[in-house]
Design a protein around this ligand. Structure first.
Ligand SMILES: Nc1ncnc2c1ncn2[C@@H]1O[C@H](COP(=O)(O)OP(=O)(O)OP(=O)(O)O)[C@@H](O)[C@H]1O
Ligand SMILES: [Mg+2]
Length: 221
């Protein structure tokens, strides 16, 4: 079996609510191997985004631990966010509006101290089909194109795993299918693991392993 790139054990997370603590994740365990794709479905409010934030170190669990490439994942500072073995793709792209497509991808590498990354960023933008949109601002790109930039950005630091939270949620059906195909193709080509949160049964079924989050635990779909 290939090596483990992400391991979560006993993750627990609650939020304060007017009626007392709201237990969102009760005991989440997950092991993802290099190059593996895993989909997670679950009803709205079941805790999928919360789980990805814990996996990526954007939030800390109340109990349990996350390991990326065997290192314990503490709370991640913005500087470390994009360069610690994890790449993120969000539903709403989260591009910097004042930067071009190329600059958005370059920035993700510069944040972790990489220099001379422009050629690599150009290559990745070509890979996602945007070789002729390098100087466009996000406002000059379509939704599908913005998400392609975000995929290139997620790849630039060669993460072990990409965490994608409803990456096609803002896209029309045809564009969503194209973006999903691209995401699955690039992770397969590069042997990058993928944890894909989606409401779409069709997309979830394209992953190598399918899980459902319900009642605060993950189980096979
Ligand atoms: N910062 C917070 N403070 C209080 N409650 C929160 C907070 N973040 C999330 N929650 C609650 O935790 C639950 C899980 O939220 P989460 O965003 O993880 O759900 P989700 O499965 O991603 O839903 P969706 O499919 O709608 O995106 C929700 O009931 C939400 O209201
Ligand atoms: Mg969500």
């Amino acid at each position: 079996m290939s090596k483990v790139v992400l391991q979560a054990a006993g993750l627990k997370k609650s939020f304060a609510s007017p009626n007392g603590p709201l237990a969102v994740l009760r005991a989440v365990d997950l092991v993802v191997h290099a190059g593996e794709s895993v989909s997670i479905r679950g009803s709205s409010g079941s805790g999928k985004t919360t789980l990805l934030q814990l996996l990526g170190g954007l939030e800390t669990p109340e109990a349990g631990e996350v390991f990326i490439n065997h290192a314990v994942q503490g709370l991640v500072t913005p500087r470390k966010l994009l360069g610690h073995g994890v790449g993120f793709v969000f539903q709403n792209y989260q591009l910097m509006p004042e930067l071009t497509a190329l600059e958005n991808v370059v920035l993700a590498a510069k944040i972790i101290g990489q220099s001379r990354v422009e050629a690599k960023a150009r290559e990745l933008l070509q890979l996602v089909g945007l070789g002729d949109r390098l100087r466009h601002l996000p406002s000059q790109l379509s939704g599908g194109e913005c998400q392609r930039v975000a995929i290139a950005r997620a790849l630039i630091n060669e993460p072990a795993v990409i965490l994608a939270d409803e990456p096609t949620g803002n896209l029309d059906e045809t564009t969503g299918k194209e973006v999903m195909k691209l995401l699955l193709d690039v992770v397969a080509q590069r042997q990058t693991a993928l944890v894909l949160v989606t409401h779409s049964r069709e997309f979830a079924e394209k992953a190598g392993r399918r899980l459902v989050l319900a009642g605060g635990v993950l189980s096979p779909a």
